[in-house]
Design a binder for this molecule. Structure first.
Ligand code: DC
Length: 229
């Protein structure tokens, strides 16, 4: 069937599987917009912490209260910027506090529903590479090419630390991070609303031991084979 809009490509997978950096590089090569959906969950978490909303109240939050947190997404060409109270969010999204609380926020149905429209509006015109946990299953179920990225737990822990601290981590740090990631994987996979799972027809890519450039090239080849761009 002919496509009615430009392509949408999704990359889902567990924490540290390399989705976000790969999606960003693929989007850049294709001249597409990149949606890092994890950053949206992180932005709401950041705002809840910053506004001092007690954690025991998070489960009862309604759409209007989420809107009142003043998290805004602005698209400028291919760039998706996220603001809180008009301030651009960058490294704040990856703080230890945000990372520790984001799984709890991402498990809230009201949060997921609120973000659904935001994400779909970013991808409404296609030419999009979106990464997250439910891009190919819930947010863009009719995406043109879907990937599911996996990697060993230790490799994922190492990459996460390298990304967050900009240096090669010590073995003890890797083990500790691996335990944290495993816990988050369990929370993300066992929640009742939009759990992490492999989308039907997704191409599974194991990135363990795969250099970053090879990972990007492999995805690019598959995209070029599977969809006329
Ligand atoms: O990929 P990340 O670490 O930035 O994701 C942050 C959290 O948000 C993580 O706990 C999973 C959750 N998340 C989600 O539930 N659905 C998405 N589409 C993206 C992220």
């Amino acid at each position: 069937m002919p496509r009615t809009r430009p392509p949408v490509i999704t990359l889902d997978g567990p924490a540290g599987s390399g989705k976000t950096s790969t999606a960003q590089a693929v989007a850049r090569r294709l001249g597409f917009r990149h949606l890092d959906s994890g950053a949206l969950y992180r932005a709401l978490t950041f705002a809840l912490l910053k506004e001092g909303v007690p954690e025991q109240e998070w489960a009862t939050l309604e759409a209007q209260q989420l809107t009142d947190l003043n998290v805004e997404v602005e698209v400028e060409g291919d760039v998706v910027n996220i603001y809180h109270d008009g301030v651009l969010l960058t490294s704040d999204l990856r703080s230890t506090e945000v990372t520790a609380s984001v799984s709890a926020v991402a498990g809230l149905p009201a949060v997921r529903d609120w973000l659904l429209d935001v994400q779909r509006s970013v991808g409404a015109h296609g030419n999009l590479v979106a990464d997250g946990r439910d891009m190919g299953t819930v947010v863009f179920p009719d995406a043109d090419v879907k990937f599911f990225l996996v990697a060993s737990l230790e490799e994922r822990a190492r990459r996460r630390l390298l990304q967050d601290h900009g240096r090669e981590p010590a073995e003890a740090e890797v083990q500790e991070e691996a335990r944290r990631i495993e816990q988050r994987d369990n929370t993300d996979s066992s929640r009742s609303h939009s759990p992490l799972r492999r989308p039907e027809h997704a191409l599974e890519v194991d990135t363990t031991g795969l250099p970053f450039d090879d990972q990007v090239s492999l995805i690019m080849r598959q995209v070029q084979d599977l969809t006329p761009l």
